[in-house]
Design a protein around this ligand. Structure first.
Ligand code: GAR
Length: 195
C-alpha cells in the first residue's frame, strides 16, 4: 500500500480531505501529518482521524532553512512515505530537501499556475481583472510553485469578489481536486486532470 505523508501549516482542510479519501477508498495509507507549527489546527484533526502527527517549530532556526528541514526530515523518514503531499505548508523548501523526494512530492497552490506563484494569489487575480481563478496540484521541483501540473480546477471570479470570497470558492474546488489527483498519482497517472 502506498504510504502518504502530508505537511501542513494551518487548519489543514485539504489534509482532512486527503486523509478521508485515502481512508474511505483504501488506495493509500496516510502515515504522517507534520507541521512547522505545533498550534496548527490540522494536527488535532489528523490525530482524531487516527493519523500520526509531528510538529517541528521552524522559528528557532531563523533563516537556516536547512537546519529546520533536517529536524523535519526525522519524523518523515521514520514514517517511510512513498509520497509527500504539501497541503497548505507555508515554508519554502530548499532544493536539497526537494531533491530527496523528487518525483513523489505534490503541492496544491491556490491559483491557475503558471499564473501567480507565491502569496496573495486571490487578490492578484482580482487586481488583474481575471474572470477566472482556480487551483493547481503540481509536482514539486526546486523552483517555487513550478513543476509539472497534475491537475487544475477553475472557478469564475465575480464582480463583487474580495480575496476572502474568492478564496472560499477556490477552496471548495481544492477539496475536490487534490484527493482526485493524489489517487490518480498513486495509480501512476501523470496526465493533468482538468476540471
Ligand atoms: C489552501 O488554500 C492552499 O491552496 C494554500 O493554503 C491553503 C491551506 O488551507 N496553499 C498555499 O498558499 C501554498 N503556497 P488548508 O490548511 O485549509 O488546507
Amino acid at each position: 500500500m502506498t504510504r502518504v505523508a502530508i505537511l501542513i501549516s494551518g487548519g489543514g482542510s485539504n489534509m482532512v480531505r486527503l486523509v478521508e479519501a485515502m481512508q474511505a477508498g483504501g488506495w493509500a495509507q496516510p502515515v504522517l501529518v507534520a507541521s512547522n507549527d505545533a498550534q496548527a489546527g490540522g494536527l488535532v484533526k489528523a490525530a482524531q482521524m487516527g493519523v500520526a502527527t509531528a510538529a517541528i517549530d521552524h522559528r528557532p532556526y531563523g533563516r537556516d532553512r536547512a537546519a529546520f528541514e533536517a529536524q523535519l526530515l526525522t519524523p518523515i523518514l521514520d514514517a517511510k512515505p512513498d509520497v509527500l503531499c504539501l497541503a497548505g505548508f507555508m515554508r519554502v523548501l530548499t532544493p536539497g530537501f526537494v531533491e530527496q523526494f523528487e518525483g513523489r512530492m505534490l503541492n496544491i497552490h491556490p491559483s491557475l499556475l503558471p499564473k501567480y506563484p507565491g502569496l496573495h494569489t486571490h487578490q492578484r487575480a482580482i487586481d488583474a481583472g481575471d474572470t477566472e481563478a482556480g487551483c493547481t496540484v503540481h509536482e514539486v521541483t526546486p523552483i517555487l510553485d513550478d513543476g509539472p501540473i497534475l491537475g487544475q480546477a477553475r472557478v469564475p471570479v465575480i464582480a463583487s469578489d474580495t480575496a476572502a470570497t474568492l478564496a472560499a470558492r477556490v477552496l471548495v474546488q481544492e477539496h475536490r481536486l487534490y484527493p482526485a489527483v493524489l489517487e490518480r498519482f498513486v495509480a501512476g497517472e501523470r496526465a493533468a486532470l482538468m476540471q
